[in-house]
Design a protein around this ligand. Structure first.
Ligand SMILES: Cc1cc2nc3c(=O)[nH]c(=O)nc-3n(C[C@H](O)[C@H](O)[C@H](O)COP(=O)(O)O)c2cc1C
Length: 217
């Protein structure tokens, strides 16, 4: 079998047994439907259902994407955290337009959240930092995310020093660790068919609330 044939033969979703998206019963906001869907992904025991692809673009329009973890969903939007000095942080500083894409293959589901992301302020960043484990706080305190690294030994030295500092002072927060909120302008829910067509439901932000509509598969 060629590589191309192996890829073509791969299954994408477990069928039968996929849930359905009842668009007539959709809640008034995408926040509610998203929380229902991620709750179902958590209850189904999916690995890292809170992992999403964050897409950003710099001032020249060059696009960058990476995985990160969802921290919360509130009326303000979808929360994540990272270093403001990282490439994603630099992208967002010059161009707040961003998208978060979630994929839950075992449930045949994808959610695309599109909008603008901004820092939720220093207190929110500090609270997120302090809620992290010692190891995660030390990783963040090193604060050179995505810079070229000469050797793992160099990193291990910097990490050991950061771990010593964060364990000695549990109230210390990294200055560049930032809680971001992506305020959505559109959220699309995509459901793979168990039997029948794909279902795509788009929520669009309007002046007086959320409008919903179907999309062609
Ligand atoms: C499952 C998973 C979760 C991750 N969670 C985060 C996160 O919450 N915050 C973060 O800054 N990086 C996270 N990362 C690392 C990012 O994918 C990325 O490597 C890093 O943030 C640098 O991205 P940038 O160079 O595009 O700014 C995660 C990676 C994986 C695979």
């Amino acid at each position: 079998m060629t590589f191309r044939e192996r890829l073509r033969a791969l299954p994408t979703f477990p069928r039968p047994g996929l849930p359905a998206l009842d668009t007539d019963a959709a809640p008034p906001t995408p926040h509610e439907l998203f929380v229902t869907w991620i709750d179902q992904a958590i209850d189904a025991g999916l690995l890292a259902p809170h992992a999403a692809t964050l897409s950003t673009a710099d001032a020249a329009g060059h696009v960058h994407a990476r995985t990160l973890l969802l921290k919360d969903v509130t009326v303000d939007g979808w929360w994540f955290a990272s270093q403001s000095t990282s490439p994603k942080g630099r992208d967002l500083a010059v161009n707040p337009h961003a998208a978060l894409t979630f994929l839950w293959p075992e449930l045949g589901r994808q959610v695309k959240v599109t909008g603008t992301a901004a820092s939720a302020g220093p207190e929110a960043g500090r609270a997120d930092f302090l809620a992290r484990s010692d190891l995660s706080r030390a990783t963040s305190l090193v604060d050179r995310q995505s810079e070229p690294l000469d050797s793992m030994e160099e990193y291990e030295r910097a990490f050991a020093e950061a771990l010593r500092i964060v364990t000695a002072d549990p109230e210390l927060a990294g200055v560049h660790w930032t809680a971001y909120v992506l305020a959505p302008t559109a959220v699309e829910f995509w459901q793979a068919p168990d039997d029948g067509p794909q279902t795509r439901l788009l929520y669009r932000a309007e002046a007086d609330g959320w409008a919903t509509g179907l999309l062609w598969p």
